[in-house]
Design a protein around this ligand. Sequence first.
Ligand code: PLP
Length: 378
Amino acid sequence: MIYLDNAATTRTAPGVVEAMLPYFSEHYGNAGSIYGLGSKSKSALNKARETIAGTLGAQANEIYFTAGGTESDNWALKAVYESCCSKGRHIITSKVEHHAVLHTCEYLEERGAQITYLDVTQDGLISLEQLKKAIRPDTILISIMYANNEIGTIEPIEEIGEVAREHGILFHTDGVQAYGHLPIAVDKLHIDLFSASGHKFNGPKGVGFLYVNRKTTLCSFIHGGQQERGRRAGTENVPGIVGIAAAAKQAALRMEERAATERRMRDYLIARIKERIPGAQLTGHKSMRLPGHASFCFEGIEGESALIMLDMQGICASGGSACTTGNPGPSHVLQAAGIPEKLARGALRFSLSEENTLEELDVVVEELSGIVEKLRGI
Ligand code: PLP
């Protein structure tokens, strides 16, 4: 098997599984219990919170564990709206956000929020000028993703943060594709809320976190017990939290080295596809893109058919976003980037990890070239 779908999910690293295992059947105490077994779990939680905070230049009490990126995004948007709607009801986001943000925005619109969806360029970048123009006296939140899951484009986060700070508006970024892959310092980037998910950087699935700047008051998302300082109730997923922290630590230790390897392979794959397959169009930004991310539109084919044929050759890739698989319409991201529907139907995404090899990529290019030719002939 050749796995090129790391933007959908990653393999849980062996060291991460090892770190998690004792917390299933050995140190299984409830972190809320006062006896020794419980306090072992409690101290693992505290340590995990410190580790994650350290990777962002944040404080431990600014990290809240959640069940993943979708929950973190939902919490950030809904809670800011609920906490601030007496001051204003206007939120600015972009047309290329993940559905965890876009569908939450639609939900808030039904409850009186007014949302501005910023356009993007063909490369997938928002315009800072358009952002500034969209700001109103009643704007309470700017939510722009750090890096796009379908086309890999990295948004100008520091500049967006500066605009938000200058206007006294809260800034949330969906960092699910970026965290663990790019260096992130929340203070320097003026980020007030940051969402991340464990399974995108070799951690376990079903666990994530929301960073909330200590000066930001945010209402609870899940009501119940006093877990997560009363803001996110429910018995803590201790093995998952230990796992996400172990993955974050590993990612931070080897980030530069890993990103350099992935970038080299990504650029090789992009160049080989362009030279071997006529009519292959790279989507997303040429340089401001995630290290392991290569996405294309192939003229004259259906991406889904190509994916099935790639799978028959043992190659795992994606049509754009794993979350929209089965959705017959063209991708909202490609549409926003102005890619004609016919071309957008031939979208494929290859997201690499440092475990891939150049030899694997050669195999993928050869197979893909044959598949595209065959499909174009039908
Ligand atoms: N945001 C982005 C940009 C994503 O790519 C994803 C997952 O693909 C999510 C949010 C949702 O994360 P999770 O799968 O942890 O709910």
